[in-house]
Design a protein around this ligand. Structure first.
Ligand code: NAP
Length: 285
């Protein structure tokens, strides 16, 4: 039976570290602040926003929410927040409405405040292996899960399912940075089951409910399931991996819900504290 790699203890440890960092900042008179920027009132934004606000408040980070009505308003808001010394992190709720140019809006977020890791500056940092901005939170959360559960990456084969910039590719770059050997798979990959079976670690970020069955996996493997899917047939949230079918075969598996998703917000909040810390250091120079 596999070890169940739950997200809550990972998030708990990250939150403790963030709390300690925030305490030190408050003592120096720096109040870390996250600005959440959104357009309109979408239900999915509101649950992510609520989670982020709750977690920020728990660790002593202040938040403010700005609602914008059009692209011009959004760009102006990003310019103002990017130069406002009392704001340390900016979280833009995405995707933006289709008529808006998301790339253009993202260009107006200062990389050092891009706590969600979505600007070209942050992504360049991930790909160059340098700390420009922050890595995308979900990719970092997947790596944090492995770190917390003591699953070594050095020299290991990691198969990553999904090649999106902010999850699959970013996770591949992050495990490469830990000296693993990543393979990135996508919808055109031939023989996905073999690519999965030959890995020590499988990170799945496809958005395909329970597609990864026990046939794709082998004994001794660790599986990190990033997928979050509404499974219409079962009327519940499921990951990309058939958890019940695989838990008896592999050596470690993260559940959905209760796995990576629980860590993502903790990573986001830790980025706000780190951004405030970097700001404080710059001010002292
Ligand atoms: P995305 O942009 O839609 O990318 C999905 C990737 O999966 C694409 O690269 C796609 O390949 C690949 N793919 C789709 N079907 C496949 C198949 N049958 N075989 C092999 N590869 C396949 O999605 P995303 O934004 O990266 O998100 C991925 C999943 O993570 C989603 O379920 C999302 O809800 C979840 N997610 C979770 C969190 C969290 O906090 N836990 C945060 C963000 C996202 P192509 O490139 O060839 O199309």
């Amino acid at each position: 039976m596999a070890e169940i790699l739950k997200g809550a203890p990972v998030a708990g440890k990250l939150n403790e570290e963030t709390e300690r960092l925030v305490e030190g900042l408050l003592e120096r008179g720096i109040v870390p602040c996250l600005a959440i920027v959104k357009v309109g009132d979408r239900a999915e934004d509101s649950s992510y926003e609520k989670g982020a606000v709750k977690r920020c408040n728990e660790v002593g980070i202040s938040t403010l929410t700005v609602c914008c009505s059009n692209e011009e308003d959004l760009i102006r808001t990003m310019d103002v927040l990017s130069t406002d010394d009392t704001v340390h992190g900016i979280l833009l709720m995405r995707p933006l409405p289709k008529e808006m140019n998301e790339e253009e809006v993202l260009r107006h977020i200062a990389p050092q405040k891009d706590v969600d890791g979505c600007t070209e500056g942050s992504l360049a940092g991930v790909y160059a292996g340098r700390s420009l901005g922050f890595p995308p939170c979900t990719a970092e959360a997947a790596v944090e899960m492995l770190r917390f559960y003591g699953i070594p990456l050095e020299g290991k084969k990691v198969t990553i399912l999904g090649r999106s910039l902010v999850v699959g590719r970013a996770a591949a770059m992050m495990v490469l940075g830990e000296s693993a050997t990543p393979t990135i798979c996508h919808s055109k990959t031939k023989d996905l089951p073999s690519e999965c079976r030959r890995a020590d670690i499988v990170i799945s970020a496809m958005g395909r409910p329970e597609m990864i069955t026990a046939d794709y996996l082998g004994e001794g493997q660790t599986v990190i399931d990033v997928g979050v899917n509404w499974n219409e047939k079962k009327r519940k949230l499921t990951g990309d991996v058939d958890f019940d079918g695989c838990v008896g075969k592999v050596s470690g598996i993260s559940p959905v819900p209760g796995g990576v998703g629980a860590v993502t917000t903790a990573v986001l909040v830790s980025h706000v504290a780190k951004a405030a810390e970097a700001f404080g250091k710059k001010e002292e120079e």
